[in-house]
Design a protein around this ligand. Structure first.
Ligand code: AMP
Length: 360
């Protein structure tokens, strides 16, 4: 059995409540209603009598049907899995039918940045899976794992607005069963910048992402430019380990004032939110200096960014770096291509941003 559908008749005005009730049950207390790792789902239908009056009892369970996986895929536009085996069989069924499958790994608390990656996957693939997992191993002991926003219901609603991709929501025991004792460490691109400030971070990212790649066996995975160094680390891992997946980068999506969207922006006080705009403004100013004024000295660029950020106040700079976009090695002079990486702290919140520069 892949999925059990309960069909209920209910009066029109009760339908919404009933669906919501089922929806909530679906999301939250899985065991209470026997939701077992994605095997049981609920479905309510609305029936009208010939005279046009609704009839029925909102709570009456009239039929219970067991469906095969294939039926479920047809019936549900947003399949949700908690078990790796289900994710794999979902992806495999698409791949066997010759369909290209895209994966968008996330930690939830979705915003337009994540949704833009889902849209890219929708355009380039026949089926999309979004994974939502707040990965404990990529947070340091004094970081924000416990308070990281978890907004699954809202995430699912947002995903409905971009075509209801399949959703993989494993728990920690699914990803890290008892005795888990393996870690992926990527070499030199993972060491500076974020890697220096958050020592175990990229090992945690690489390990969980490789698990997601292997679990899903998707054809292509989408990541945001927002986390540029992460992208370099993952590309290196895929190349070095011959992981059969293509990695595609999506552009950084920004708020109207330029601040890069981030699940962590919600932590910012009003004053810090105002100051934070200095990140994108300083990067835009750096780009203008390089492209329009032909400034080539990395130190001059770093200094200009530093001045702008310090002028905004309230921020501690973790790093400003002008680097080779492939190797992430620091440049002294900007030739054809560079990426500027930037990280600051505002109170307890860290923000990162970057800008790809092409002078040709
Ligand atoms: P996260 O949930 O923060 O782990 O991010 C999941 C994916 O979304 C990563 O590939 C991020 O780079 C990407 N992402 C996060 N913020 C943005 C953004 N503002 N624009 C584009 N992609 C983003």
């Amino acid at each position: 059995m892949a999925c059990r559908i309960w069909l209920c008749y209910c009066p029109g005005d009760a339908l919404e409540g009933l669906v919501r009730q089922f929806h909530n049950s679906f999301l939250d207390p899985f065991p209470k209603i026997g939701y077992n790792a994605g095997r049981i789902a609920f479905f309510a239908i609305h029936r009208k009598t010939k005279s046009g009056n609704e009839q029925g009892d909102a709570t009456s369970l009239i039929r219970q049907i067991d469906f095969t996986t294939e039926h479920v895929h047809k019936l549900f536009s947003q399949p949700m899995f908690t078990a790796t085996t289900q994710l794999r069989s979902f992806v495999q069924s698409h791949r066997l039918a010759g369909r290209r499958v895209g994966l968008v790994p996330t930690m939830g608390a979705l915003h337009e940045g994540h949704l833009s990656l889902v849209k890219m996957s929708n355009e380039q693939c026949d089926a999309t899976v979004v994974s939502i997992f707040v990965n404990p191993t990529q947070f340091g002991p004094n970081e924000d794992f416990a308070r990281y926003p978890r907004t699954l219901e809202n995430d699912l609603r947002l995903l409905e607005s971009v075509g209801s991709p399949a959703v993989f929501v494993p728990d920690a025991a699914e990803m890290y069963p008892a005795g888990f004792d393996t870690s992926i460490h990527v070499g030199s691109v993972s060491l500076p910048f974020e890697g220096a400030i958050r020592p175990a971070h990229f090992d945690g990212v690489a390990t969980v992402v490789l698990k997601l790649f292997l679990a899903s066996q998707a054809d292509v995975a989408f990541f945001g430019q927002k986390d540029y160094q992460q992208l370099c680390v993952l590309k290196k891992m895929v190349a070095d380990l011959n992981v059969p997946i293509e990695i595609v980068m999506g552009p950084t999506i920004r708020e109207p004032d330029g601040l890069a969207m981030s699940s962590r922006n919600r932590y910012l006080s009003e004053a810090d939110r105002c100051r934070a705009v200095a990140l994108s403004q300083s990067l835009a100013e750096a780009e203008r200096m390089i492209v329009t004024e032909n400034v080539r000295s990395a130190e001059t660029i770093r200094q200009a960014i530093r001045d702008k950020i310090l002028l905004a106040g309230g921020m501690t700079i973790d790093y400003i770096a002008v680097v080779n976009p492939l190797t992430l090695q620091e440049l002294t002079a900007i030739e054809t291509k560079a990426v500027i990486l930037l990280a600051v702290r505002l109170g307890a919140t860290r923000l990162i941003d970057n800008m790809l520069i092409t002078t040709e």
